[in-house]
Structure formats: C-alpha cells, structure tokens
Write a protein that binds this ligand. Structure first.
Ligand code: UDP
Length: 387
C-alpha cells in the first residue's frame, strides 16, 4: 500500500491501539509509534521477576465500565479476572473504609445508624445552602459536610493536586460515590475486572493484526513520512511544540518497597488523607491479582507522591485550572486549523479520562474518521468539544 494510504497512530495506549485496529480491519495499513519501549501507555504492566508480581508500572489501574461494547472489546483480547476495588483510608490515626459508606460514617462518628438515620444525619451536617457547587470544596461541603471533608478529602486532595480544593473544579469529587449501605466497592459500574496477564498484554493483543506495525522507541517529531491521516494521543501542547505555553499536569513519583512479608499491607490500596504524611497512597500490587496470590513471593509496594509535571516528566493528571482551560482553548483553535490530524485520548484532549471512556471515544473517533475518509472527506481534526 502506498504511503499516502497509511494511517499513523501516535501513542500505543488504548486510544492508538483501538483506532489502529479499526483501520487495520477496514483494510488500511497502520503504523503505531510510541517513544517508550512498551505499549499500553500509563496502563503498562510487567511481571517483576523476583516476586512474580504483576506491577502496574504507572500506578494502579482497575478496569470498570457500564459500556457493554467496550467491555466486549477488552474481553475479546484478554481474559478478565473478577476484581473489586476496596480502598482503605488512613485518617487521624484510624483506618476507615472508602468510598464514604455506612461503615465509614458510623465508625467516624462512633455511631450505629441504619441507612435512613445516616442519610438524615449527613444531611444535617452537609451545607444545603450551596446550590450548584462549582469548586471541589463546595461540592464536598454540600455532599458530606465539613468533618468528613476535612478528614478524607481536604488533605488528600491538596497533596494530589498541589493546590487548595477551593481552587479545583467540582467534577473531580463527582467521581466518587457516597453510600448509605455497607457496600464498599469503590466503583458503581456493572463490569469490573483486571486482565489476567496485565494491560500491556491486552493492548498488544489489540495491536496484533497483520496490517499494523508497532514501532517502539520512535518519536513523532522524528517521523519522516506523510501519512493519509494521523491520530495523535500525545499531549496536544507538545504537538504544537508548546509554542503558546505548557498545559499543567501532575506527575507521580513512586517509592518502591520490597518486603518478604507475603501479607504486605493487607490490601491493594491504602489512601493517606492527612497532610503530615507526604505520600497520597500506598499500593501493594500482588493484591491487584487476588487469583494468583499463592504464586507470588513477598510483596511489592509503592508509595505514591504527586507533584507538578516539569519538562521531561511523565504527565499523568491534567490539572485543568481556568488558566489551563484558556490555553487549551487556544490549542484547540490551532488544532481546528490543522489538517490531517485527529487529537484523541487523555493527553490529546487534555481531560481526566478513565480507560473505558478512552476506549469508547477512540471507537467513535475511529468510526467517524473512517466514514469521512471513505466518503472522500477529511476527518475532523478534533474529536469533540473538550473545553
Ligand atoms: N480523593 C480524596 N481522598 C481520597 C480519595 C480521593 O480526596 O481518599 C479525591 C482526590 O481529589 C482525587 C479525587 O477524589 O483526585 C478522585 O479520586 P480517584 O480515586 O478517582 O482518583 P484516581 O484513582 O484517579 O487517582
């Protein structure tokens, strides 16, 4: 196939892999490049030789979704094992259950309320005068009241985002449920699990097609060809060489702790809500594979520290402050004027996306572009409004 019929996907994470597969199955030749030495982006997993533990190299990833099509897709390429995320939180010298549920509320206030009593009790604590909360802090005060906010959200959020929660958008807190039952499943979604052989194996499975070439260790900036179309899942500001400035991201540092103790911390994730503990959470990766606990030796834990992302660091969380959104608007405008490129994924659209949403959007973006190309049109350059 001549080069000008070739599709290039920049980034071998879920976005790039899913779009590559769609085009490959439609008969196009696809080149997928990634500057790292592995596929799967920040979902990358690898087995640690000494302990046989599957390590989530860029932090914990638990797959959860209500989207049947997305769930069917990932299950085509990997065997998913049942996994329910049950997070614990250390606050003020005690250990509690997350997300905030009946157990947390009763333990925290030293009571024995039933669901109806707890709902009424939290209503009496929460700030009913806040109508439409715009900030994280207002959302929390309206949601759970001051005491729970301070104990579980204030410190963690300050550490995670590096700014006062009253400067952050309410949407970040809306990710978390509040329950008046003893259900401590961290997610509300119908489908939840972790691929038995890890996420890299899953993404490699999506990319395993005779029309797809995966080129690792390759930078887009150094690519010397003119493809039919590019799907770019790198940071949108980097595509434009940061010429208008840098969008704000948080990056993470991981401190590895190897222990001979098979029981480790006793759970996959422990959050640390207090400001005097510098890390946000500890994850003990053997517990992300409860089906294979007797096949591993010792435990491998990671203390997670969040800080501002500097040039050269790996971007994790888009901060999306008002200044970032304004800058994003200018990059989106540039993107709209750039032919032959569609911006996709967490970094390409500068949004806090879960894996299932990323896959769902990639399916849609790929479909829309395929039908445009087949109809002789240029694909849209931006997937959707992201501002
Ligand atoms: N959060 C918090 N305390 C916790 C857990 C979460 O304050 O113990 C806040 C924090 O601001 C975080 C947001 O809720 O960024 C979303 O949490 P989630 O667990 O979804 O974060 P992720 O796993 O994506 O880092």
């Amino acid at each position: 196939m001549p080069l000008d019929r070739r599709i290039v996907c920049v980034g071998a994470g879920f976005s790039g892999a899913v779009i590559a597969r769609e085009f490959a199955e439609a008969g196009f030749e696809v080149l997928v490049i990634d500057e790292r030495g592995h596929a799967a982006g920040n979902c990358h997993t690898e087995r640690d030789e000494a302990t046989n533990i599957m390590v989530h190299r860029y932090g914990p990833h638990i797959f959860h979704t209500d989207n049947q099509e997305v769930w069917d897709l990932v299950n085509r390429y990997a065997t998913f094992m049942p996994y329910v995320n049950r997070v614990k939180a250390v606050s003020g010298g005690n250990v509690y259950s997350l997300p905030i549920n009946l157990h947390t509320i009763n333990q925290f206030f030293g009571m024995q309320m039933n669901p109806a009593e707890a709902r009424e009790f939290i209503r009496s604590k929460s700030r009913q005068d806040i109508d439409e909360p715009q900030t994280f802090e207002d959302q929390a005060l309206k949601f759970v009241g001051d005491e729970i906010y301070k104990a579980f959200f204030y410190g963690y959020t300050r550490k995670q985002w590096g700014i006062e929660p009253k400067e952050l958008p309410a949407s970040i807190l809306k990710r978390l449920p509040l329950r008046f039952t003893y259900d401590d499943n961290y997610f509300n979604h119908q489908f939840q699990g972790i691929p038995a052989e890890g996420y890299t194996h899953l993404v490699e499975g999506i990319l395993d097609h005779s029309n797809i070439e995966l080129r690792l260790g390759a930078k887009f900036e150094e690519l010397d060809e003119a493809p039919l179309h590019v799907f770019y899942s790198g940071p949108i500001d980097r595509y434009f060489a940061h010429k208008l400035g840098r969008l704000g991201y948080r990056t993470l540092d991981f401190e590895e702790i190897r222990s001979d103790d098979d029981e480790g911390i006793g759970n996959a994730v422990l959050n640390y809500a207090d400001t005097d503990v510098p890390w946000t959470r500890i994850s003990d990766h053997k517990f992300f594979a409860p089906w294979s606990l007797d096949e591993t030796k010792g435990s491998l834990q990671f203390r997670e520290y969040s800080r501002a992302c500097e040039p050269g660091d790996t971007p994790y969380y888009p901060v999306r402050l008002a200044t970032d959104k304004e800058l994003l608007g200018q990059y989106v405008k540039l993107a709209g004027e750039t032919e032959g490129v569609t911006f996709v994924g967490r970094l390409g659209t500068y949004r806090y996306l879960d894996m299932d949403v990323t896959i769902g959007e990639a399916l849609e973006a790929g479909r829309a572009a395929l039908s445009a190309i087949k109809g002789g049109d240029l694909p849209q350059t931006f997937y959707e409004s992201v501002l």
